[in-house]
Design a protein around this ligand. Structure first.
Ligand SMILES: Cc1cc2nc3c(=O)[nH]c(=O)nc-3n(C[C@H](O)[C@H](O)[C@H](O)COP(=O)(O)O)c2cc1C
Length: 189
């Protein structure tokens, strides 16, 4: 599908996954911190996919997708790009997030993934690195630059606005490039 130079670019559809479902989670504040910054851009349409809205995910992976799984996969399918907001748990990311990621497959293919991770000394870096492995298996494209927040610091004063801009610029570049590529040629896995 060719776009002329005068035709406006459709905004990138970005699903923002909120990965913590823990009681008393900080994840909501971190997601809001990120969304406050992302919403300032007019080149992205944000769809918040909060795993807390899926309390009916099945405890056992079923033969047939449940309604909740289908609803979740619909959000992933409609997105051109993803941002995963994740805490670090024992040098990895939460089990609830892994469960959700595993429910989709083709829906992740040939789309970019950015990370907003948080924790203490490591700023969520280990969680991000583990997610990179998972998303490689899912034929998704992890961005080089991620956002990492140290929870010891106060979120509103956190100096990482530049990291958010850098990550979102990369997300937009890859998101548009891969959306155009998928339109020209279906991705083959
Ligand atoms: C089970 C568990 C394991 C954790 N492991 C780590 C860790 O390995 N590294 C780290 O920096 N923080 C670790 N933390 C601290 C969390 O990053 C911190 O509590 C954060 O608020 C969790 O995100 P949430 O509140 O959104 O669930 C851990 C917290 C929990 C509950």
């Amino acid at each position: 599908m060719q776009r002329t130079e005068t035709e406006p670019e459709a905004p990138l559809q970005v699903a923002v996954l909120v990965g913590s479902t823990r009681e008393g989670r900080v994840g909501e504040q971190v997601a809001e911190w990120f969304l406050d910054r992302a919403r300032k851009r007019d080149d992205l349409v944000l769809d918040v996919v909060d795993l807390l809205d899926y309390p009916d995910f099945p405890a056992r992976y079923p033969h047939t997708a449940t309604d909740a799984m289908t609803r979740f996969c619909g959000h992933i399918d409609r997105a051109d790009a993803f941002v995963v907001v994740t805490p670090e748990y024992n040098r990895s990311f939460p089990a609830a997030l892994k469960q959700a990621i595993d429910f989709a497959y083709d829906e992740w293919h040939a789309k970019p993934v950015g990370y907003v991770a948080y924790g203490y000394g490591s700023r969520g870096l280990y969680a991000t690195e583990q997610l990179r492995c998972v998303f490689t298996e899912l034929h998704a494209m992890s961005l080089r630059d991620a956002v990492g927040l140290n929870l010891v610091e106060e979120l509103p004063q956190h100096p990482d606005d530049q990291a958010v801009s850098t990550m979102l610029d990369q997300l937009r570049w890859w998101g548009l490039a891969l959306r155009e590529a998928r339109a020209v040629r279906p991705y083959t896995s």
